[in-house]
Ligand binder design. Structure first.
Ligand code: NAD
Length: 488
């Protein structure tokens, strides 16, 4: 359905109302599909963040939101879900225009990921936020209480979904939220703010101020914030962790990746290609944190794997992401395309063999398109095997030796977000999955499931989003002594 959702905004959402910005500075949102202005939002300044945090603080400290029962919050939040569903049919096209994601991928997301609210309500009911336990000396009430005011900082590559992964569990357990979306894709967060307003979410419970790095850092440093839930690059995550560390502020970090698809000696080349190409090179135009970009294969069978992979790469349709037949659209920005092209050049310079792509598709000279690119004979020490490229580029890394050699290559990275192993023997594959240090692992398959935990080992992050673990991200545990049951 054609999107009629507004693409230009001139206010922030603070304290339940549309708030005038403190400055006249605006952010132009440029669509990567055609380099045209898609929309505009005001650029948040420290004073705007201060106002949003003050509203969230007041709504948390004075209530009623954190002191409502789960069912009272659920009733209001399900009205937000209804409002999101009403806006839903226009959301995929809106996102595609804003950040260039292919409609083929986005087309199913017609509720703006608000299903996560429903999911977390059900989980909270199931888990129970209050339990009575027997200690060594006496009974104790164990309360999972909301962590407080949450600063939610999100990237552009799955902007509304990443926001919902934070706002949904936070709001369900009773936190209040200040969202700071990225300057590249800030507009879709307004759809959620519209839904909160229309549903009558109490004022100050959800607040929205888009802006750049400095605006984000002001939020991270803000003494009125209890927890930062951050998704973005590892470089920015390090900075966020440093600042939070100084103040012992809680933070969860969902960062970058360089995930491996590991083919064991008995793996089917077609099965590897069927996961690694769509999920390494095509998904979100290669801009997925969990992309399987290192394809680790037995050297003796490299030619067979390269043939299967390149046959699939050849089927990828590159073009306007709004066209439902397109697999690979543009990358987010010109500077990002320049960076990807530099990394592709480094691959050839450092001795990798270019199998497919490597340039710009001739048919598209408006928009930031990069051909799906595949290298073979890659050594794991080469730049293209170490850096997160965040574009449609995959590398085939051949190995000699047994499964342990492949495991060592997969683990020889600073990241640990995801991965997959392929083998005809599930016992052998599962053993390899256990030994690779990554947060999400596929056995003969790969996908991201929004209802189970997701997050990174090592420099890919701290904490988990989604599932029960994602809900626990937003609670503190209080032990109440002296009572054997909650008073009625
Ligand atoms: P980015 O780090 O440049 O920005 C992410 C967000 O952080 C933006 O809102 C940005 O304004 C803000 N920001 C940047 N520096 C900051 C600072 N010092 N303090 C506070 N806020 C700051 O990342 P990006 O280019 O928007 O997104 C791509 C990156 O995100 C990739 O590295 C990708 O792997 C990662 N990512 C990770 C996951 C995950 O779940 N692990 C999911 C999606 C994207």
């Amino acid at each position: 359905m054609a999107s009629t959702l507004p693409t230009s905004r001139d206010t922030f959402f603070i304290d339940g109302a549309w708030a005038k910005p403190s400055s006249s500075e605006m952010i132009d949102v440029i669509s990567p599909r055609n380099e045209e202005v898609f929309g505009r939002v005001p650029a948040g300044q420290p004073a705007d963040i201060d106002a949003a945090v003050a509203a969230a603080r007041q709504a948390f400290d004075r209530g009623p939101w954190p002191y409502m029962t789960l069912e009272e919050r659920a009733e209001i939040l399900m009205r937000v879900v209804d409002e999101m569903r009403m806006r839903g049919p226009g959301i995929p096209e809106f996102l595609s225009g804003e950040m260039g994601g292919p409609m083929k991928m986005l087309g199913r997301g017609t509720d703006g990921s608000s299903f996560l609210i429903d999911h977390f309500i059900k989980l909270a009911r199931e888990m129970g936020l209050v339990q009575v336990r027997q200690g060594a000396i006496g009974p104790a009430i164990i309360r999972r209480e909301p962590v407080g005011v949450v600063g939610a900082i999100t990237p552009w590559n799955g902007p509304l979904h990443m926001l919902m992964m934070k706002a949904a569990p936070a709001l369900v357990v009773g936190c209040t939220v200040v969202a700071k979306p990225s300057p590249e894709a800030p507009l879709d967060a307004y759809i959620f703010a519209d839904a909160c307003e229309a549903a009558g979410l109490p004022k100050g419970v959800f607040n929205l101020v888009p802006g750049g790095r400095e605006t984000g850092e002001h939020l991270v440093r803000h003494p009125g914030v209890d927890k930062i839930a951050f998704t973005g690059s590892t470089a920015a995550g390090r900075r966020v962790a440093e600042i939070c560390g100084r103040d012992i502020r809680r933070c969860s970090l969902e960062l970058g990746g360089k995930s491996a698809a590991v083919a064991l000696s008995d793996a089917s080349a077609d099965a590897v290609a069927a996961s690694a190409v769509p999920f390494g090179l095509a998904f979100n135009n290669g801009q997925a944190c969990a992309a399987l970009t290192r394809i680790v294969v037995p050297r003796a069978r490299q030619a067979e794997f390269v043939e299967a992979l390149s046959a699939r790469v050849a089927t990828l349709v590159v073009g306007d992401p709004m066209d439902p037949s397109v697999d690979v659209g543009p990358v987010i920005a010109e500077r990002q395309r320049t960076r990807i092209e530099g990394l592709i050049a480094s691959g050839s310079d450092e001795g990798a063999r270019l199998i497919a792509g490597g340039g710009r598709p001739a048919a598209h000279n408006r928009g930031w398109y990069v051909e799906p690119t595949l290298f073979a004979d890659v050594d794991n020490q080469m730049t293209i095997a170490r850096e997160e490229i965040f574009g449609p580029v995959g590398v085939v890394i051949p190995y000699d030796g047994d499964d342990q050699v492949a495991i060592d290559i997969a683990n020889d990275t600073s990241y640990g977000l995801a991965g997959a192993v392929f083998s005809a023997d599930p016992v052998r594959a599962y053993e390899v999955a256990r030994r690779i240090r990554a947060g999400t692992f596929g056995v003969n398959t790969f996908y991201i499931d929004p209802l189970v935990p997701f997050g990174g080992y090592k420099a890919s992050g701290v904490g988990r989003e989604n599932g029960k673990e994602g809900l626990l991200n937003f609670v503190e545990v209080k032990t109440v002594l002296g009572l054997a049951a909650e008073p009625a």
